[in-house]
Design a protein around this ligand. Structure first.
Ligand SMILES: Cc1cc2nc3c(=O)[nH]c(=O)nc-3n(C[C@H](O)[C@H](O)[C@H](O)COP(=O)(O)OP(=O)(O)OC[C@H]3O[C@@H](n4cnc5c(N)ncnc54)[C@H](O)[C@@H]3O)c2cc1C
Length: 417
């Protein structure tokens, strides 16, 4: 046999799984199809700009991150604890007054705090702040149904929905309310940000703890039982065997390699623009409550993380949803529409901004409909395992947890004592 365990895929789930197995003393080989580790969490360096492959943030409050990531070494740059919201009649900043006291008056006098929905919002949010066990045990519904049930129907609901749309990548409110509450919990307890060197620094850190480098450019084409273990074949002709194999590929590839069903996936597209002048000095995420265009959120990344742009330049991200395969009537947003929408959001001319790159991610997140099913089966039988965000929650936390769970399940089989 070539190793104790072969891990297929070096995204966060595969890396987490491999490092826990390595730590337990097993020999592990990790085969990765692409040219670097990270999977959906990668950063491209383009002309000195750091462009993550689709805008995303790391929340230091995720339990798996707290447990397994040296967050200090990532030198996190926070997007602040607040949002700037484009209204019909101007821009409103809503920020945590304890962190951003200069916005306290604007926040407290703004339309959201005054909307009379605070009690309803609190009722909706209470389960998010209590024990996770209770949250997961309670009946689940869609986000829209849960907001209706809480009686939220004014500006605060619009704001919450606009914010969550950019996180769950759908705007119909069809995502599990329990999942959204888990996300809200992590936002309540942590200030999301990006590592100084880009989101790719997270998987890069996890990879440094492996005993053997990840084998890049090896796309696995089949995983089949062989001699009491598993034979893993790659497209370069390599054929490796091991008593256990962990399929930590993305959800759709994992379904091809196993008999598990593939979940539906949601997509997004992020434009990265270079600007000579920043359209704002704020590090916050910008949302548009008027829904005047396709952008679900935008931010001047270099305000939060100056390392994202070369000296004297500024980097703006703008993210829009990709239409679901089931919504044939929806169109993919055009760059012209995005520029017009950004002009409206920031109140600035964007025609001089240069496109640094565009990341179109068709399979960004697995759909998470109610009832939320966390901790899905990772052992498919006879030493074949599966890991990935589709086994837990569609997030960095979910991917990391599933990798660790798969590692524990492997250890129970290979190292029962
Ligand atoms: C644009 C975007 C924004 C996001 N924003 C956030 C956010 O703000 N916060 C958050 O918590 N989460 C966010 N997420 C979700 C999070 O990034 C993912 O849930 C997580 O990275 C999934 O990790 P994974 O290891 O399960 O899968 P993946 O990252 O998909 O890793 C799978 C790996 O397997 C490899 N592979 C596939 N097939 C094969 C094969 N046949 N052989 C060998 N290797 C193979 C792939 O190349 C890949 O490296 C976002 C995701 C995207 C795309």
């Amino acid at each position: 046999m070539d190793a104790d365990v072969i891990v297929i895929g070096a995204g966060l789930a595969g890396l987490q799984c491999a490092r826990h197995l390595t730590r337990a003393g097993l020999t592990v080989r990790v085969l990765e199809a692409s040219d670097a580790v990270g999977g959906r969490v990668r950063t491209d360096l383009v002309d000195g700009f750091r462009c993550d492959r689709g805008f995303q943030v790391l929340n230091p409050a995720y339990p798996a991150v707290k447990q397994d990531v040296d967050i200090r070494a990532l030198r996190m740059r926070s997007l602040g604890r607040g949002v700037a919201v484009r209204e019909q009649d101007g821009l409103t900043v809503l920020a945590d007054p304890t962190r951003h006291p200069s916005f306290a008056v604007q926040t407290l006098r703004g339309p959201y705090v005054r909307s009379g929905e605070l009690r309803e919002l609190a009722a909706w949010a209470v389960p998010a702040l209590g024990p996770v066990k209770w949250l997961l045990a309670a009946p689940d519904s869609t986000l829209a149904e849960s907001l209706d049930a809480a009686g939220l129907d004014g500006p605060l609901r619009t704001l919450l929905e606009r914010f969550i749309t950019g996180v769950v990548l759908e705007d119909e409110g069809s995502t599990s309310a329990a999942f959204v509450r888990l996300l809200v919990r992590s936002f309540a307890f942590g200030a999301p940000g990006v590592p100084e060197e880009g989101m790719g620094a997270l998987p890069a850190q996890l990879a440094t703890t492996l005993a053997r480098p990840v084998e890049l450019g090896r796309r696995v084409t089949s995983v089949a039982p062989a001699g009491g273990g598993w034979a893993v074949e790659a497209d370069d002709g390599a054929l490796l065997t091991a008593p256990a194999a962990v399929v930590a590929a993305d959800p759709v590839s994992a379904a091809h390699l196993t008999d598990e069903p593939a979940p539906d996936m949601k997509g997004c597209v992020t434009w990265w623009f270079a600007a000579d002048e920043p359209p704002t000095d704020l590090p916050f995420l910008f949302l548009d409550a008027t829904r005047a265009g396709p952008v679900v959120n935008t931010a001047v990344m270099s305000n939060a993380a100056p390392s994202y742009a070369p000296a004297g330049r500024h980097l703006v991200q703008a993210t829009a949803l990709l239409p679901a395969a089931t919504r044939a009537s929806a169109t993919v947003p055009s760059e012209a529409d995005v520029r017009i929408h950004l002009s409206a959001i920031y109140g600035r001319d964007t025609t001089g901004w240069e496109v640094v790159t565009v990341h179109r991610v068709e399979r960004a997140l697995p759909v998470q409909s109610p009832p939320l099913q966390v901790r899905q089966r990772v052992h498919l039988g006879n030493g074949l395992y599966v890991a990935g965000d589709h086994r837990d929650t569609a997030s960095i936390q979910g991917a990391m947890v599933s990798g660790r769970r798969a590692a524990r399940a492997v250890l129970r089989r290979l190292r029962p004592r």
